[in-house]
Ligand binder design. Structure first.
Ligand code: DX5
Ligand code: ZN
Length: 223
């Protein structure tokens, strides 16, 4: 089974997402990766959760929602019914208790819950929540903008997460996000990534279908 591919909404015009997601689905894309930024946790601002809720009705792909926001809890009540994965950032919380409470709150809403670590955060910071989450999203660029270059420090984090999963029988999937293209995808898959996020590489490709295919590699995946 090849890995899953989740295409970022960032390079596309919001109003074109329904038609684009249809095309991407036909090319074998598994998820639409919805990057929500609040202009506070990160400088950029994308769309509101209300806009995403409206969009969700028109999208044929399952939504992989990546919340780059402060106070993510206020978004969850709106988004939980539209999300396949809903991912919050470790760095958006002031302490471990607040983070755990948020994750448990999300779990209770029957969500597949993700935790993301930004480029400068180590895996050991999230050790105590690895038994709660369904997904760990490793950033391979600094959260906040598309089109940046892949930072290979993320590969070691994937390896670490993959080892921890094996040792502790954790169930989470590993997703990698930022600057992924056909030249670095294989090292991420070999390290243990299950879901590959891509934005600009696929959006700028001359042949979208081939670009999507180049991000899928046959290996024994957990998912
Ligand atoms: C960055 C976002 C990513 C990014 C992916 O903050 O979370 O999803 O836009 O796009 P590329 O592939 O262009 O880095
Ligand atoms: Zn993202």
């Amino acid at each position: 089974m090849p890995n899953k591919v989740s295409i970022s909404t960032l390079p596309f015009k919001f109003e074109e997402l329904p038609s684009i997601s249809m095309v991407l689905k036909n090319y074998g894309v598994d998820f639409l990766h919805c990057d929500i930024m609040d202009g506070n946790f990160v400088e950029n601002k994308t769309y509101t959760p209300q806009m995403l809720a409206e969009l969700a009705e028109k999208i044929k792909l399952p939504l992989d929602i990546h919340l780059m926001v402060n106070n993510p809890i206020q978004y969850i009540d709106i988004l939980h019914k539209y999300a396949y994965f809903l991912t919050i950032h470790y760095e958006a919380f002031k302490d471990e208790t607040e983070l755990k409470n948020a994750l448990i709150y999300m779990k209770n809403q029957n969500l597949k819950v993700g935790i993301s670590i930004d480029l400068n955060t180590d895996v050991n910071e999230i050790n105590t929540v690895l038994d709660i989450v369904d997904l760990v999203l490793v950033m391979s660029v600094k959260a906040g903008a598309g089109g940046q270059n892949f930072n290979s420090c993320a590969v070691n984090k994937i390896i670490e997460l993959s080892n921890l999963r094996k040792e502790n029988n954790h169930k989470y999937l590993i997703e990698i996000d930022g600057g992924i293209n056909n030249t670095n995808v294989e090292q991420c898959i070999n390290a243990g990534a299950d879901i590959i996020v891509s934005g600009s590489y696929v959006a700028n490709a001359n042949n979208t279908e081939l670009a999507v295919q180049s991000l899928k590699i046959n290996k024994n995946h957990k998912y």
